[in-house]
Ligand binder design. Structure first.
Ligand SMILES: Cc1ncc(COP(=O)(O)O)c(C=O)c1O
Length: 341
């Protein structure tokens, strides 16, 4: 039986061409700055984002933690959307390691707006914590792969600048956002101070993320990465997969979005699923199963070879990626129609 793994885009496997490049990567000790392939990847990431410099890091989580540590700063507050990755999936590292207090801000479908941010401002007082940073997520994972428009991002950016807060973008899937909205990555990144993006999700590399920002910030980030145990040695082998991903796998993300839309359209016609497929902007599909336990549906689909994840008692997430072809989607849609409740 064939398996269609829609649990996450982190399950993507490196292609044969990617592995060939990995096998012949030029490597050295990156802690000494001597890994030519990592240096090339970091230059490429800085060029793509329009930032001065970039740093290769092991994970997206570290890419959020380092700016929280440096620009957030112990004892300060960081404003972030209440369903953001840093709140739910980073084991409270913001508090336990960076020492900042994240503040959960309301945001419609993951998007922060100045009107909501404004409510969390504090008077200057020696009794109160200082807000130092805003963290945004684009695309927003738990809110269903939603994207900021230019105007929405500009509004948050202007707000951050007006109040002297630094603005970090968790752009784990920023290429999905760019491909879906047509907003060029450089223009998107020009509105934030620092940005993290992941190679190991829809782009199909096995591991790694890039943290990009001003030179002074990246110099400090390099120190904090080492402190966190993230200094890597001959990691050019994995960096070369990242170069391959950036050069070959960005434009194809639109196929993942079209596939997600097709799955959402199919779901919207099923009695047991509740979804407005217009809300599926990228490769992440969340739908409700109001009258049926999500776990039971997930288990039934697993028996048919469709893997997906229950979120709470009555919601399911499916994520499309380069391991799922258009023909696979035909089959997934057929199997979804077979579900018995
Ligand atoms: C929006 C977002 N940010 C950050 C991360 C963390 O990435 P990693 O798993 O590489 O730590 C993820 C992972 O799924 C994510 O979805």
């Amino acid at each position: 039986m064939k398996t269609y793994d829609l649990r996450s885009d982190t399950v993507t496997l490196p292609s044969r061409e990617m592995r060939k490049l990995m096998a012949k990567a030029d490597v050295g000790d990156d802690v000494y700055g001597e890994d030519a392939t990592i240096n090339k990847l970091e230059e490429l990431a800085a060029k793509i984002t329009g930032k001065r410099e970039a740093l290769f890091i092991p994970s997206g989580s570290m890419g959020n933690l380092i700016p929280l540590y440096i620009n957030g700063g112990r004892g300060n507050e960081v404003l972030s959307q209440m369903n953001s990755h840093i709140f739910h999936y980073e084991l409270a590292s913001a508090t336990s390691i960076a020492g900042v207090m994240p503040v959960a801000v309301k945001g419609e479908r993951g998007i922060l707006r100045p009107e909501e941010l404004e409510k969390h401002l504090r008077p200057a007082s020696y009794l109160m914590p200082r807000i130092t940073m805003i963290e945004i997520e684009n695309t927003h994972n738990r809110e269903g792969g939603t994207c900021y428009t230019y105007d929405q991002l500009k509004a948050v950016s202007d707000f951050a600048r007006k109040h002297g807060f630094s603005l970090h973008m968790d752009g784990a899937r920023m290429f999905n956002a760019s491909v879906a909205t047509g907003l060029p990555v450089k223009r998107m990144c020009s509105l934030v101070d620092t940005v993290t993006f992941c190679l190991s999700k829809g782009l199909g590399a096995p591991v790694g993320s890039l943290l990009c920002g001003p030179s002074k910030f990246i110099a400090e980030a390099r120190r904090v990465r080492k402190m966190l145990g993230g200094g890597m040695r001959q990691a050019g082998i994995i960096a070369s997969a990242g170069i391959y991903a950036l050069e070959n796998n960005i434009q194809r993300l639109k196929d993942d979005h079209a596939n997600a839309k097709r799955i959402a359209d199919t779901l919207s016609a099923l009695e047991w699923a509740n979804i407005d497929s217009k809300n599926v902007e990228t490769n992440i599909i969340y739908f409700a199963t109001p009258a049926h336990p999500a776990e039971q549906i997930v288990a039934q689909l697993k028996k048919k070879g469709v893997l997906c994840s229950a979120f709470g008692s009555n919601a399911i997430r499916m994520v499309t990626h380069l391991g799922i072809t258009s023909q696979d989607v035909d089959e997934v849609c057929r199997l979804l129609r077979e579900v018995k409740v």
